[in-house]
Design a protein around this ligand. Sequence first.
Ligand SMILES: Nc1nc2c(ncn2[C@@H]2O[C@H](COP(=O)(O)OP(=O)(O)OP(=O)(O)O)[C@@H](O)[C@H]2O)c(=O)[nH]1
Length: 509
Amino acid sequence: MEAPRTLRTWPTWLAVGALVAAEAALVGLLASQPLGWPLVLLQAALTAIAVAWWLAQRDAARLYHLQQHIGAQLGEALDILPDDATFALFDDQERLVLVNQRCRSLLPRTAAFMQPGITFEALLRRAIELGEIPESGGRESWVQKRLSSFRTPGAPYTQELPNDRWIRISQRRLSDGSTVVLRADITDAIRKERALEQARLQTQRAQSQLYEALEAMPIGMELFDEHDRLVYFNHKMGQLRPWFSLDEGRGQTYEALLRIGLRQGFPPDAMGNEEAWLAQHLAQRGKRCLPEVRGYPHGQWMHAYETRTPSGHIVAVRLDITELVQQRQALEQANQRLALLSATDGLTGIANRRHFDEVLATEWLRCARQHETLALLLIDIDHFKLYNDHYGHLAGDACLRRVAELLAGCVRRAGELVARYGGEEFVLLLPSTDRDAARLVAQHCMEALALEQIPHPRSPTAGHVTLSIGIAYTVPQPERLPETLVDAADTALYRAKNSGRQQFEVSRV
Ligand SMILES: Nc1nc2c(ncn2[C@@H]2O[C@H](COP(=O)(O)OP(=O)(O)OP(=O)(O)O)[C@@H](O)[C@H]2O)c(=O)[nH]1
């Protein structure tokens, strides 16, 4: 602190007063001497010189103290620079003039050497020696680079200090050739930046892991925001919509994307009816929580599912089930083929005995419920053994096929069935058919075969293949067995045979 002016000046005036008194006494003494006046003048001149010298010394000392004082004040004042900034001033000879306290605490081991007059280079080398600038690695090249940047200051740069601390150095050369070096401790900022960078990397990693997983999924997946604008779809989903890429589709609304698809002709079943299809599709948006099966171009089949997330996004998923659907279709076809095979007679292609038994049981119950007449024709080829004996077994087979074909031609109404009952025997099951109608069908069968005139030279009945038919009919009773109808037809057939063949007989159950 500055001393009070009064305290500072009164010794001076006391000394001046004493000096003037001594001088007056000396002048008096010298003046009484011979040649005294020249001596007085000489002494006065010497005294004036001494006083002037003393005053100059005093001013220099005061100036020095003032400088020290201003320096200390400036140093203190510079400690309030923001961001813990340090300040160092070097003169045009690169000698240290001034540092603030923070500068010393930033480099505590070097602090003792931060005395005015030390050169920047000496200070730099000392700090390196004391291990306070690890970044230098003790390399001379680093020192030269740093000296060069001190002498021709450029943009601020960052330097690492021990204990993972960081400073930002800004330098400025002043007009008188001196250099100001400002260092800001940016450790906190660097740490925050690193933490942010790490968080950003973690987010990026998590995001890429998520996208990787979504891309690896065997399902198509897409995400729309709360305004129903496309955010993302994976590769699998993109394959289903080759008409726009993710970059083209991102940000577009679901409706806009559907319209792109419609312009490309998808879905085919919406063509010609685009607006109605669109309206219906949009009305169901976000409500298809139950998977539905959808067909796509090129025979693809998808399980489609979409749901709204709690934040209002829509997640849609497509699972390719083409293979499953194809397998199911193949299985259905195989089952149909199998069912057909198991119901068909291998030789003639008409229904077999097994199928006939099933249909008979069904029709028996149905006619019983509806009180309708059920008729059955049991048909036998006359003297077929002799046919085989004459023409051979293969010709016999061909004959059986031809007879089956003719009989099938006699059965026209829905629900009627022609079947091979076994060997050379056939049956016609005629629901809702009474006695007379059954007789007409039997007559028709015999005439159809007669028209065919299949030669049978060894038949004792005629020169061609003939039929004997037993007709049975009844209104079935549910408590009775359908076999009773077959038995009755068999009895009628027996009678027809016994009566000379090539005729029909009728039995009522
Ligand atoms: N080619 C051929 N013959 C068959 C088939 N199934 C049965 N037969 C023959 O049909 C003949 C039936 O002989 P039978 O039961 O004596 O009857 P039928 O000779 O017609 O004499 P009636 O019925 O009394 O007129 C046998 O010779 C069997 O071998 C077949 O699938 N193919």
